[in-house]
Ligand binder design. Structure first.
Ligand code: C2E
Ligand code: MG
Ligand code: MG
Ligand code: MG
Length: 290
């Protein structure tokens, strides 16, 4: 039910939409059971270099196939998992599974995994990451952790320590959904990010003359370049957007223009076919962006 604060009320209405007649408790119980019942799987979305037009990695995106309600979006169930304490176990499963699946890819293809602020606040995260790397055998620099500004909300001394510890593990760090929420330039100063992911809301409409989104993307790219960080434009859906994003200087593109996220077996097949054409800078995309 509603918690009384604005956030709780917002969530209450969202959950009503989500579960209909079913109780919130039922959804939590279903979620609790989902891991043991193998109802989760990961789909992977290609990240393409604007320079080489080749795939340099994939982002792991969690999917929940509910036995009666069908596919439920992570934007609907991740907040529930965060509220009821299940995100730790689910997040650990995603990390381990993504690393194991990536171990079958050519060893210059990266995998990016979304990490909830709740996982980030747990001192056990570096050990979980190290263990996932060791069990899969992938090199630490092939794993990129995607973190949102949410990690800075309850910022303490341990937040900065966690960034340092994770960097010490050799993994890459990306700031996800940049430009939404309470984006502060202070975050960029404090944390050793390797990449900024520019939220898809800036890509939408950026190709229309006079639209201010292109100016914002340009400014973010300029800042990232100065700080030595890569930039990925999210949600790129058509060729006009690809052209503009290239002009604005983003180093990477992710979006439906290069295909919807795909199951591990399909990714593996695509990479195996592309392997013959591989170069050190990445793997061919199936469709030419032009
Ligand atoms: P995100 O990390 O920003 O992921 C990008 C989202 O944009 C994905 O939605 C992806 O399918 C979608 N997308 C990619 N290209 C396009 C495009 O061209 N157009 C449009 N309209 N959308 C595009 P998805 O898979 O529904 O995931 C939504 C969010 O759920 C993610 O946003 C992330 O915040 C969260 N999420 C997904 N998997 C995990 C996970 O394993 N752990 C955690 N903590 N969060 C996750
Ligand atoms: Mg992400
Ligand atoms: Mg994002
Ligand atoms: Mg997002």
């Amino acid at each position: 039910a509603a918690k009384g604060d604005g956030r709780g009320i917002h969530r209450f209405f969202r959950d009503e939409l989500l579960v209909g007649a079913q109780s919130r408790k039922q959804l939590e119980d279903d979620l609790r059971n989902a891991l043991a019942s193998n109802q989760f799987y990961i789909v992977y979305q290609a990240v393409v270099s604007t320079r080489s037009e080749r795939i340099v990695g994939y982002e792991a995106l969690l999917r929940w196939e509910h036995p009666t309600r069908g596919l439920i979006s992570p934007t609907d169930f991740i907040p529930v998992a965060e509220d009821c304490g299940l995100i730790e176990a689910i997040g650990e499963w995603v990390l381990r599974t993504a690393c194991i699946e990536a171990a079958g890819w050519p060893n210059d293809v990266r995998v990016a995994v979304n990490v909830s602020p709740i996982q980030f606040a747990n001192a056990a995260l570096p050990a979980i990451v190290t263990s996932a790397l060791a069990k899969s055998g992938i090199a630490p620099h092939r794993l990129e952790l995607e973190i949102t500004e949410g990690v800075f909300v309850d910022e303490t001394a341990t937040t900065e320590q966690m960034f340092r510890t994770l960097k010490g593990c050799g993994v890459r760090l990306a700031l996800d959904d940049f430009g939404t929420g309470y984006s502060s330039l202070g975050y960029l100063k404090k944390a050793p990010f390797d990449k900024i992911k520019i939220d898809q809301s800036f890509v939408k409409g950026a190709t229309i003359a006079g639209n201010r989104n292109a100016a914002i993307i340009k400014a973010i790219v300029s800042l990232a370049d100065t700080l030595g960080m890569e930039t990925t434009a999210e949600g790129v859906e058509n060729h006009d957007e690809v052209t503009l994003i290239r002009e604005l200087g983003c180093s990477h593109i992710q979006g439906y223009v290069y295909g919807k996220p795909a199951r591990a077996a399909d990714v593996l097949m695509h990479l195996a076919i592309a392997d013959g054409m591989a170069t050190a800078s990445g793997y061919r995309i199936s469709r030419s962006p032009r």
